[in-house]
Design a protein around this ligand. Structure first.
Ligand code: NAD
Length: 482
């Protein structure tokens, strides 16, 4: 059995840990293993946190871009030094396999370095004016205090892809992580506190409906960056709109992998397994619909059956395992609800029969089913577990129609060697991240990340797009009177 030191997680306001209630956290890979204690706080501290952020923001914004960049570079160094510990704690807290978790911390380091470099880049333009005596230019200015609300499924990368650009643009942050990933959030704060001025990032551990909602409704924040479910994101967006607070929301997905008749099936199946089952399917970009042309369907089903049977499901800290448990009791019950529905109303195509662990944990056997149409709940709702539904298309046009037949629009992939149909798919797909012969997934840190339709507020994160969100443009003009 893997033992993890019991870790105590506290909210941090103005550099100080806050006392609060105590909740024991158990390892989803082994429910008898005690991983940590969460000391959560309640709504009244939100104001204290925003005040601390406001104060810290003024001094931070007055630093040069180069100085801010140097601080972000130091955060990257600290994160890298603590990669193993943070990855181990996160895997033990929410069940993501350790290899994936280490990759995620490495992504956090890359994001910090990318935005550190922005401190030495141009943040505006010189714009010609009609009057030659007038010097006109635009520059980016900070928003002030940014509220950051994050989900549990990428406990390191998502917070950092919001916090790093927020800081380099001169803002301070009040961060509310999901409770299911708050041990990891606290550990990140421990590491960052060694470098950051007090109050620049304040982190609050508590419930979404109380603490999170107070942040939305009452706090004197100047912007909100949210990632989570579509229901919560729409709620957050409505409140921000009513307060005229700048916001961005990245939300749910029902992503598709389309397989055409000329696809290289071995490579395709390997990409589909990764897109569908890594993180136990708990990724906003996970493939949960596989649409195949009729002619290739029998061969695809055979290969999926063999490959899924061989997947290794077990403890998150065992590097041999392809997937771990789902993250929590709530997730376990929710995903099993869909699995029961699938067992009742659909036919099994592929399934992993054994779990490579003798511990009691929130393990769910990977499953692919067929025999329901594209309107069925299983083909329409986000399952967020190791599950996909297989749908048959008569031809390429029908495959695209089925692929687009969803309220969501985050990631979509096609598997084919046909150049023309690849291009058509990229053009006709109603999704923010579209790919050929690559699994549905997030994109690299330097590229824009985000969705269409009900997956997003139609804003983008990462890369240069994030700089647009975390700043406001000021247009300046000065007339030389001499
Ligand atoms: P969630 O919506 O339950 O929670 C997200 C965050 O919102 C948490 O911090 C939670 O505490 C907080 N929250 C909940 N209710 C709130 C309220 N009333 N007011 C303010 N804050 C509140 O989502 P989750 O279960 O943590 O994450 C899974 C979801 O996130 C999935 O739908 C997944 O697709 C989505 N997700 C999207 C992306 C993306 O970039 N598009 C990335 C990762 C996850």
């Amino acid at each position: 059995m893997h033992m993890t030191n019991v870790y105590e997680a506290y909210s941090v306001i103005n550099g100080k840990q806050q006392d609060g209630g105590a909740t024991t956290i158990y390892n989803p890979s082994n429910l008898s293993e005690h991983v940590g204690i969460l000391h959560d706080v309640s709504s009244p501290v939100v104001e204290e946190a925003t005040e601390a952020a406001k104060h810290a923001q003024q001094a931070w914004a007055s630093l040069s871009g180069l100085k801010k960049g140097a601080t972000l570079e130091n955060l990257a160094v600290k994160l890298e030094e603590n990669k193993e510990d943070i990855a181990t704690l996160a895997s033990s807290e929410m069940g993501k396999p350790i290899k994936e978790m280490k990759g995620e911390v490495a992504r956090g380091v890359q994001l910090l370095r990318y935005y550190a470099a922005e401190g030495s880049r141009s943040d505006g333009d010189v714009i010609p004016a009609a009057d030659p005596q007038v010097h006109q230019y635009s520059k980016r200015v900070p928003l002030g205090v940014v509220g950051v609300i994050t989900p549990w499924n990428f406990p390191v990368a998502i917070p950092i892809w919001k916090i790093a650009p927020a800081l380099i643009c001169g803002n301070a942050v009040v961060w509310k992580p999901a409770k299911q990933a708050a041990l990891t959030a606290s550990k990140i704060m421990d590491v960052f506190q060694e470098v950051l001025p007090a109050g620049l990032i304040n982190m609050l551990i508590g419930s979404g409906s109380q603490l999170g909602n107070t942040l939305l409704e009452k706090a004197t924040i100047d912007a909100l960056s949210f990632t989570g479910s579509t229901a919560t994101g729409l709620h957050a967006a409505a409140i921000c709109a009513s307060r005229n607070i700048k916001y961005q929301t990245e939300m749910g997905g029902k992503n598709v992998a389309v397989v055409l008749d000329d696809a290289d099936l071995d490579k395709t199946v390997s990409a589909i397994l990764s897109g569908t089952f890594t993180s136990a399917g708990q990724k906003c970009t996970a493939s949960s619909r596989i649409v195949a042309e009729k002619t290739i369907m029998p061969a695809l089903k055979d290969k999926l059956k063999t490959a899924v049977a061989e997947l290794r499901v077990g403890e998150a800290l065992d590097e041999q395992n392809f997937l771990g448990p789902v993250s929590s009791k709530d997730q376990y019950e929710k995903v099993n609800g869909y699995i029961s529905l699938a067992k009742k109303e659909a036919n099994v195509v592929a399934e992993t029969e054994t779990i490579a662990s003798d511990q009691e944990g929130y393990y769910i056997q990977p499953l692919i089913v067929e025999g329901v149409d594209a309107n069925h709940t299983l083909a329409q709702e986000e399952v967020f577990g190791p599950f996909a539904v297989l749908l048959e298309a008569e031809d390429f046009d029908e495959a695209i129609d089925i692929a687009n037949h969803t309220d969501y629009g985050l990631s979509a992939s096609i598997f084919t060697n046909d150049l023309s149909r690849s291009h058509q798919f990229l053009e006709r797909s109603e999704a923010g991240m579209v790919r050929v012969n690559l699994e549905t997934a997030g994109v690299e840190f330097q590229a824009p990340f985000g969705g269409m339709k009900m997956s997003s507020s139609h804003t983008r994160e990462q890369g240069q797009a994030a700089l647009e969100f975390y700043s406001e443009t000021k247009t300046c003009a000065i007339k030389h009177n001499g």
